[in-house]
Design a protein around this ligand. Structure first.
Ligand code: 6GU
Length: 250
């Protein structure tokens, strides 16, 4: 069982997204637990203020440290003496974090639980980074207004890796990126659609030939579209030979 605790100023955004699909299945099967907590509930004072102007001036607002620290402590059930002593990873979602890749999803899928903190406004008070977060993750090089959609992305990518989450236990291994390559092309019936034929090899029934074709198409597609991925992919000597024929320097 993997437990996610998501800390956000907009808990309503999470209604619905986990109600469908793989995550719903995993929740029903008891493979995951997802708790969404409103950071505002932990903001002291009548007005429950969660942000303030930055010291030193300049535009924008900054997330105050206290509500975030109190929310994490409430979830853990004890005060945080130091982040080094934390037994649960506290992951800050920020464009400045390490890039979320399939390997990171696989790493997180091995954990028993984690706390995801969604940022809003112009950023977090730096003390949240330095004295509370054990990790910082970004989902890509583009700007989002908050960490909520990144948190959804992480929950979905991690959950589908949990044993039993996918109907087909081998499906996760075949996915794009699972072995560092893009997926080969897929076809289904009919064999001819508006004059467009399915590649003959797929109709041949020669299993080994089909596998060879698929591997080559995955390599070709990765070379054509994402040559940057080839450096990290797991490649055999035969793979390298084929890529060299395409002009790759591997
Ligand atoms: Cl984790 N947060 C925000 N605000 N923007 C992002 C991101 C995260 N990852 C990519 N862009």
């Amino acid at each position: 069982m993997l437990r996610f605790d998501i800390l956000t100023l907009f808990p309503g955004l999470f209604c619905g997204v986990f109600e469908e699909s793989i995550v719903r299945r995993a929740l029903d099967m008891g493979l995951v637990e997802i708790n969404v907590h409103n950071i505002r509930d932990y903001a002291p004072g009548k007005h429950r203020i969660t942000d303030d102007a930055p010291y030193g001036g300049g535009g924008g607002m900054v997330m105050k440290p206290e509500p975030v620290f109190l929310a994490v402590e409430a979830v853990l059930g004890h005060p945080v003496a130091s982040k080094e002593a934390l037994e649960v990873p506290v992951i800050l979602l920020t464009p400045q974090g390490r890039l979320f890749r399939q390997e990171v999803a696989a790493e997180l899928a091995l954990l028993p639980r984690m706390i995801l903190i969604c940022g809003r406004y112009e950023g977090f008070d730096e003390r949240i980074r330095t004295h509370l977060a054990t990790d910082e993750i970004s989902i890509g090089d583009y700007v989002l207004s908050g960490g909520e959609i990144p948190a959804m992305v992480i929950v979905e990518a991690v959950t589908r890796l949990l044993p039993g989450a996918l109907g087909d236990p081998l499906a996760a291994l075949k996915d794009s990126h699972a072995d560092g390559l893009l997926e080969y092309p897929h076809y289904t019936r009919p064999a001819e659609f508006r004059g467009l034929r399915v590649p003959e090899i797929l109709l041949s029934g020669h299993h080994a030939e089909v596998e060879r074709w698929r591997r080559r198409e995955a390599l070709r597609r990765t070379w054509e579209r994402r040559p940057d991925l080839l450096g990290r992919a797991r490649l055999t000597e035969e793979d390298r030979q084929f890529l060299r024929e395409l002009g790759a320097d591997v």
